[in-house]
Design a protein around this ligand. Structure first.
Ligand code: GAP
Length: 436
């Protein structure tokens, strides 16, 4: 059991200390709601991306990949309904001029900044970032940074269908940036203005859509336990009718129990044929498919699964953060699943005179393509702590006995137990851990 439940401040401090994440444009005062990822942050995110794609394509599920553009012409966002509907209610404090979302529970007792209760009327604020493409500024050149990755999938539906050997039902999955001018970016990676989404649109016949909605809801819930998240902190919550987005007839959120309450981690939405119909109508291109069985055309229905890669990153850190005490010292460790850990093993010579031998072992494992680290700086205790904080599952140490018996010690991050294993067995030992 961890001695404490981590706070957001604990997570932010660890991310900064270990170089997972930096405030964007930090030396210029930062840009609110926008972050840069450092080396370990990138490695963790890559692992999450890989795990996500693997889980979708498991058991030969027919899913192809796409990487759409970030900018889209205004026509796309008119058709998708985002120009008309992608609003958040906004109010300003008349006293201190700070701006908030009108539905933010934090403002119920007064302005969180100055404490007064003197508000403007609620206004609707469109969250898309707009720009102009080309040298002339006219209405035809307006483009938007995408607020969701999904639309690139819908507008490429026919391209994918005609160029790949896919048939309904099948999915198109995409990982990429999305941008929302959130009124109040909050809680670090939870609500950002520039973030990454991992979205999959599953195209199916209308009469099978309920079956697939249930199937994907269950598959997505299971994904989180497979990457090591505590299943007691994950739940599925169906949306009330009043919560539904403009495109959805049914949505369930996968929620995680953050220190600030149960919150959405992923949305699973029944988008019906809303998007394909809208793009058919607005582009004039027929996006229906022909059903050989019934000899008739129909517009497929869509089940969407959508999770923020950054929000998942934050979730994984909250879930893995662990504090215990070793011989009176407070130890912070990240109990990351080996598949998510940025470094799978560290190679530590006990003292500098063993550097050469340990470095050779480290190189032989790195050559296999496993993400490993060699560290010879500082006391062995300090090096263990550093690896614990970045979530490295095991550390190998070359010591005075190693040269004689051809073994190293291996120390487990979670149990702290140490055992000796033969140097030849290191690779198999690691591959075993990684296959769990
Ligand atoms: N295509 C559907 C869609 O975009 P959404 O519920 O608005 O639905 C899906 O977003 C997921 O994207 C959320 O569950 C969350 O994980 C992530 N997300 C949304 N807004 C975010 C933000 N401002 N910062 C970080 N992640 C966000």
């Amino acid at each position: 059991m961890s001695l404490i439940q981590p706070t957001l401040e604990d997570i932010i401090s660890l991310c900064k200390r270990r170089g997972f994440i930096f405030q964007s444009a930090d030396i210029y005062g930062g840009l609110n709601g926008i972050y840069d990822f450092g080396h370990y942050g990138v490695l963790i995110k890559n692992n999450l991306r890989t795990a996500w794609i693997q889980s979708l394509r498991e058991n030969n599920t027919p899913i192809v990949l796409l990487e759409g553009s970030l900018l889209g012409p205004q026509t796309v966002w008119e058709a998708s309904g985002h120009v008309a509907n992608f609003h958040d209610p906004m109010i300003d404090c008349m006293e201190c001029k700070k701006r908030f979302r009108a539905d933010d529970p934090d403002i119920q007792k007064g302005c969180p900044s100055c404490g007064k209760n003197n508000w403007t009327e609620v206004r609707q604020f469109n969250m898309m970032f707009s720009t102009h493409v080309g040298a002339t500024v006219e209405s035809g050149s307006i483009a938007y940074l995408r607020p969701e990755t999904a639309q690139a999938i819908f507008i490429n539906f026919k391209n994918v269908l005609s160029s790949h050997r896919v048939k309904i039902p099948f999915g198109i999955a995409q990982i990429g940036k999305a941008f929302r001018n959130e009124i109040t970016p909050k809680q670090f990676l939870f609500r950002m203005r520039e973030f990454e989404q991992m979205e999959m649109e599953w195209f199916c016949k209308p009469d099978t859509s309920q079956h697939y909605f249930a199937l994907w809801s269950e598959r997505r819930r299971i994904f989180y336990t497979k990457i090591g998240i505590n299943s007691k902190k994950i739940r599925l919550r169906p949306h009330e009718k009043t919560e539904l987005s403009h495109y959805s007839s049914q949505t369930s959120d996968v929620e995680y129990e953050f220190p600030f309450g149960w919150k959405e981690l992923e949305g699973i939405a029944h988008r019906g044929n809303f998007d394909l119909s809208q793009h058919s109508k607005h582009s004039g291109k027929d996006l229906a498919v022909f059903d050989e069985e019934t000899q008739s055309s129909y517009i497929p229905h869509v089940i969407e699964t959508s999770v923020g890669a950054d929000r998942l990153f934050l979730t994984v850190l909250f879930d893995a953060y662990h504090v215990d005490e070793i011989q009176g010292d407070r130890r912070i460790s990240l109990k990351l699943h080996p598949s998510v850990a940025p470094i799978k093993a560290a190679f530590l010579p006990l003292v500098k005179k063993f550097n050469e031998q340990m470095f050779a072992i480290y190189q032989s494992i790195a050559a296999v393509g496993i993400s490993v680290e060699f560290d010879d700086s500082g006391s062995i205790g300090k090096r263990y702590r550093r690896q614990d904080e970045i979530g490295t599952p095991v550390c190998f140490t070359y010591d005075y006995d190693s040269a004689n018996d051809n073994t190293v010690t291996v120390r487990n991050r979670d149990t702290l137990q140490q055992e000796r294993i033969s140097i030849e067995k290191i690779k198999t030992y690691l591959l075993d851990i990684l296959s769990q």
